[in-house]
Structures are given as C-alpha cells and as structure tokens.
Design a binder for this molecule. Structure first.
Ligand code: RIB
Length: 282
C-alpha cells in the first residue's frame, strides 16, 4: 500500500533566469527570458513523493494571487492533496532562481505566505512519515515533530541551527555536505548526507550504515534535485525498503530530475525510476 506522507512546508513561485555565468558581487549580467515555475522546498518534496507513489498531503500557505494558483495547479496535477493549503493575506512566497549554463545556481527567497504555514495535528498523526524543511518558522516545525507518530524527517535546508528540542524529535535528518559541516556533523537519528554528483552517505550513531554513488547524467538544472531526493527517499523508506535500497531509488530520482529546467518539471514517476535503474544495471 502507498505510504501516507504529510509534507509541512514552503510553497514558492520560482522566477527562473538562465545566464552564461552567475553574477559576481556588484556585477550585472544579461539573462535569457525569465520563466515562472512552481517551487518551494515543501511543495517540491510533496510533488516528488507523490510522483514516486506516495499518498501525499501538503500543509502550507499561499497568497490569494496568480503565483499561488500556479503552485497549487502543479501540486494537484501530481495528485497531492491540497485541501490543507491555506490562502492567507500575505503574497505567495517568491524565489529568484539564477541558473548558470553549467547547471550551477543561486537562489534568493522572499518569504511571504510561508511565514503563516500551519497544519492540523490530527492529520499529521495518521501519516506514516512527515517531512519538514527550514523555509517555515521553527515553532511550527517543533509542533509538527510533536504531533508526528510516524517517521519524522527534517530536511535542514536552508540551513540554520537545530535546537535541542527539535533534535530530540528527529528520526531522519537529510542534509547536503555543506549543511552537514555547518551543523557540526550532527549525530541524531538516521543522518543522510548528499553531495551533489558524489557519493551519498547514511550515518546512524555516527557510524556509516550505507553509501551510494548517484548515477551520472548531463544535468541541465539541479534546482529541486535535493528535494526530489528527500521525497523519493521517504516514500521508499516509509514503504519498508532498506536504507541502502531507499538511497538507490532517491539517487536515481534525483539524477533524472536534473534533466529539465524548473524544480518540479523533471521530477520522475516511480515507473520512470524503475526503468532508469533497470537500464543502468544492464
Ligand atoms: O530547493 C529548491 C527550492 O528552493 C526552489 O524551488 C526555491 O523555491 C527554493 O525554495
């Protein structure tokens, strides 16, 4: 049966601009036509988890505006339950996403409606896994952790300190290698450390319990690749797959997601990941 996944988090409208090279401090660069895409770490992870076969509900907030409608349309299209997404007076949060032709990116987020993200404790408590990220207030994240009876997964991005109160609630922490170092190599629950195209490592009690080398692809846009990893990993792990198996699926999904522009556009379905993994093993 599909695992029930609740994602409490950010919903952003991404204004994506592509350019030959990211600007340096004080530099102005010319870009191609800007394009709007649905994004936000929370919404991205919800879409990724739903496409990978999860039964996903999104908890968050948007403004009463067109960017918010665009974000909701994408969640709906991927069969994410959006009945708990609130419409608030603040505008939908916006991210300026600059993507260099090499695939490198820089992101600035103007927090709007995300600051009003809320959730229903009763719905959270019936989920097999609950995922949060750090684009919503810490107080909300702690309440989510307390209400969770399934697996509580924290994606500590964008990175900020993890309080002792939150650390005590975490079952799975997913970070990239930079966040891992900035957090002082935390050691609570299952810690998964991604490293872009390099090996992903899973630690338990400070010991390495699994490692996976992501498949090589010609990436066009890596925005949302980390979110795809989180969503795909949690669907597999909450379905009872081993840590190693869950890492393999998450790495494959994440690699595939980089082949299209826009955080959610390239996120694969479970069938596409199965096919890709089968082709790679031949
Ligand atoms: O992780 C990628 C996401 O970060 C983008 O979609 C953008 O909205 C920012 O939140």
């Amino acid at each position: 049966m599909a695992p029930r996944i609740a994602v409490v988090g950010s919903i952003n409208a991404d204004l994506v601009v592509q350019m030959p090279k990211l600007p340096g401090r004080g530099e102005t660069v010319s870009s191609a036509e800007p394009q709007w895409y649905p994004g936000g770490k929370g919404a991205n992870q919800a879409v990724a988890a739903a496409r990978m076969g999860g039964n996903v509900s999104m908890f968050g907030a948007i403004g009463d505006d067109e960017p918010g409608e665009m974000c909701i349309a994408s969640l709906k299209q991927s069969n994410v339950d959006i009945s708990s997404v609130a419409k608030v007076l603040s505008p939908t949060s916006t991210a300026l996403v600059m993507v260099e032709h090499s695939g490198e990116n820089q992101i600035v987020v103007a927090a709007g409606a995300n600051q009003h993200a809320s959730f229903d404790p009763a719905q959270i408590s019936s989920a097999d896994a609950v995922i949060v990220q750090f684009e919503i207030p810490e107080s909300v994240i702690i309440e989510v952790g307390k209400a969770t009876s399934g697996i509580f997964c924290v994606n500590a991005a964008p990175v900020r300190d993890i309080s002792d109160e939150l650390a005590d609630l975490i079952d799975v922490l997913i970070v990239n290698e930079i966040e891992f170092a900035q957090l002082g190599k935390p050691n609570f629950g299952l810690v998964i450390v991604t490293a872009g195209a390099n090996e992903v490592t899973a630690y338990k009690g400070g010991e390495v319990v699994a490692k996976t080398q992501p498949p090589k692809v010609e990436a066009i846009d890596t925005v949302g690749a980390g979110d795809t990893f989180v969503g795909a990993f949690m669907v597999a792990y909450a379905s009872g797959q081993s840590i190693a198996e869950s890492l393999e699926r998450a790495c494959a999904a994440s690699a595939l997601s980089t082949l299209k522009l826009g955080a959610q556009s390239g996120m694969p379905t479970a069938a596409e990941v199965n096919q890709f993994m089968q082709n790679s093993s031949n």
